[in-house]
Design a protein around this ligand. Structure first.
Ligand code: ADP
Ligand code: MG
Length: 192
């Protein structure tokens, strides 16, 4: 049994997609155990996207470079650097702005393999590459190229913890233990 953090990002809330996004997770059999509509503070955003996780930002920089390569985009011309660490740092600044730019719906989703299942249902980070049937693939189209031309984060509707360790760090940032609710869903027995 795992718990994972889902945050419907400001574009998802503003587009009125919160219900649909949570509903897709619930339909699979995953359980909503906490949820709230909030405006993230700058402090929460900083903790959610920790500067000290250098490897995370470098990885994001590397993924961005790979994406540029497949599109034939010159990172030096677009961003002024081809260094994955520098690109990662830029993305982090855009992400801090993005996640705090409007209300978000934060939720904790529970179930067997919840972390991986939610990632699968969310789809690829880049909406223009996410498969049909996934939340991002069905409901959004943004790309690194579009986002970075406008010097902003990729609008991909939701955040979902990437690993169980990430989930264990992220859930307590957004929720107190009392906010995590225990209850039984009527369909749980059928899935045992
Ligand atoms: P995921 O959200 O799928 O876990 P990552 O952890 O790799 O993806 O990246 C975190 C977030 O950073 C993404 O959801 C996306 O909003 C944003 N992002 C990633 N790469 C870029 C980029 N090149 N430009 C702008 N935003 C980006
Ligand atoms: Mg991630």
């Amino acid at each position: 049994m795992e718990q994972t953090l889902v945050v419907v990002k400001p574009d998802g809330v503003a587009r009125g997609l919160t219900g649909q996004i949570i509903s897709r997770l619930e339909k699979v059999g995953l359980k909503l155990v906490a949820g709230k509509l909030i405006q993230a503070t700058k402090e929460l955003a900083e903790k959610h996207y920790p500067a000290e996780r250098g490897e995370l930002w470098e990885g994001i920089g590397q993924k961005t470079l790979k994406n540029y390569q497949s599109l034939g985009v010159d990172p030096q011309a677009l961003l002024g650097t081809a260094d994955p660490k520098e690109i990662g740092k830029m993305v982090r600044v855009w992400l801090l702005e993005y996640i705090a730019s409007g209300p978000v719906f934060a939720a904790v989703i529970e179930g067997p393999h919840a972390v991986e299942l939610v990632r699968k249902l969310a789809g690829n980070t880049l909406p223009f590459l996410s498969a049909p049937g996934t939340i991002r693939g069905d409901l959004s189209f943004d790309s690194a190229y579009l986002a970075n031309t406008a010097k902003r984060a990729i609008k991909n509707l939701l955040h979902a913890s990437g690993t169980l360790d990430e989930a264990k760090y992220e859930v307590p940032l957004w929720f107190t233990p009392e906010e995590l609710v225990k209850y039984e869903r009527t369909d749980e027995k059928a899935m045992r």
